[in-house]
Design a protein around this ligand. Structure first.
Ligand code: SF4
Ligand code: SF4
Length: 419
């Protein structure tokens, strides 16, 4: 494995001003300087300058970071915190201390970014949920003895039946905008197949021929964030090869995946095919924001949650809101701290259930204040996490991806069209 050292010049950009501190979710929850961006940069710099080793304490403060990159948005000095964190984690993955948590992290990162393995796992879970076994387990004390398994069990919605999309969906409508590839993802494919189906249909309605390679794998985002850089690069190269070269755009509807794929060029610099592929990556909201779509009315009040890897990772905030604003009858109400992490952060909610739970409580408190009937977020991890929080609180709030509402509005348009 080839670990990468964080760029010392980038670490030295930090002038310790502290502007990022109030924006950092872990600092807000834990109140510790070493669990703030400034504290973590101080520690990473000490390691990079040889004044500190890769100790358990160092690893712990880095483990607790969500990788949400809110500090990057806040920082006036332009410290690229995300890439510094990923490089440091690659060093920890290669030669850091390996307590039980590190082994669990490795196991989770080996399981989730593998669509087939995840499909088998979730197929088993579907049987568990529908056979009555779940009721039995929840009624017993088994889950109370294993908090991490309990966190995972509580997080998962009813697993839908697996469905495959055709490899090509031709463009409909008057316009012809080109050929769009669609990433189906891992969690998105298995837990939210309707989001992929709606995305493909909307792209087709907008005027794209939609290309959906059936042999596409995982983008490697989880491995990037955990510092398994060789695995991440392997996945990036394989994913690039799975898509045809003649696409005009590659559309992603999961913020974490899109953010990682846009960074392929940084981590695989000099690999022309990968760089060309990375340059075509767009979030679905960027592609559809100005597309010609028939939109009928939805009488709904919604609040929008900014997924970290959309708002901070890709700097996309306006497009999803503009997209929702185009739906007649839909009222978009402000959500306080809309860009504060909900605690999902890949598999963070499984690894650090306590901090994740406190962040989720804060998020749900803010949602309650809005009075919205639906919360919208462009990332499957956020959808799972926020839905769990709303369900636990007994709120009858729908938690959906923006394309779900957009697709619903196109169906409403068909219903209201004059005969
Ligand atoms: S990435 Fe997020 S959790 Fe980590 S230091 Fe930055 S703001 Fe804090
Ligand atoms: S805002 Fe930027 S320069 Fe200021 S402490 Fe945070 S990381 Fe350092």
């Amino acid at each position: 494995m080839a670990a990468v050292a964080p760029d010392l010049d980038h670490l030295r950009l930090c002038v310790h001003c502290g502007i990022c501190l109030p924006q950092c979710p872990t600092y807000r929850v834990l109140g510790e300087e070493m669990d703030s961006p400034r504290g973590r940069i101080y520690l990473m710099r000490a390691v990079a300058e040889g004044r500190l080793g890769l100790t358990d304490t160092f690893a712990r403060h880095l483990d607790l970071c969500l990788g949400c990159r809110a500090c990057e948005t806040a920082c006036p000095s332009g410290v690229p915190f995300g890439s510094l964190l990923e490089a440091t984690r690659s060093q920890l993955a290669e030669r850091g201390p390996r307590p039980r948590a590190a082994r669990l992290r490795r196991l989770l990162h080996r399981t989730f970014p593998e669509p087939r393995r995840l499909g088998v796992l979730l197929g088993g879970l579907r049987v568990y949920q529908r056979s009555g076994l779940r009721r039995l387990v929840r009624g017993s004390r088994v889950l109370a003895l294993t908090p991490r398994v309990a966190a995972m069990e509580a997080l998962l919605p009813d697993v839908p039946r697996a469905e495959a999309l055709p490899e090509l969906i031709p463009a409909q409508g008057r316009q012809r905008l080109g050929r769009a590839g669609l990433l189906t993802g891992c969690i998105q494919r298995h837990l939210y197949p309707d989001v992929n189906r709606d995305t493909a249909r909307l792209l087709s309605l907008a005027g794209y021929d939609v290309v959906i390679p059936s042999d596409q794998g995982c983008c490697g985002a989880l491995e990037l964030h955990a510092g398994f850089l060789d695995d991440f690069r392997d996945r990036g190269r394989k994913l690039t090869a799975a898509f045809p070269l003649d696409l005009d755009v590659v559309v992603v509807n999961a913020a974490g995946c899109g953010s990682a794929m846009k960074e392929y060029g940084h981590w695989m610099s000099g690999e022309a095919a990968v760089e060309a592929f990375a340059a075509k990556i767009r979030d679905v909201s960027e592609v559809l924001v100005d597309a010609e779509l028939p939109l009928g009315p939805l009488n709904l009040t919604v609040a929008y949650h900014d997924a970290c890897h959309l708002a901070h990772g890709q700097r996309i905030r306006a497009e999803p809101r503009r997209l929702l604003g185009r739906i007649p009858g839909l009222r978009l109400v402000p959500l306080t701290d809309s860009d504060l992490c909900c605690g999902s952060a890949g598999v963070y909610n499984l690894l650090e259930p306590e901090v994740a739970g406190r962040l989720l409580t804060m998020k749900v408190d803010r949602i309650v204040e809005t009075g919205a009937a639906a919360v919208v977020a462009g990332n499957p991890g956020c959808l799972l996490q926020i839905a769990k929080g709303c369900q636990e609180r007994g709120l009858g709030v729908e938690v959906v991806h923006p394309v779900t509402l957009l697709a619903r509005a196109t169906r409403a348009a068909v219903r209201v069209e004059p005969r």
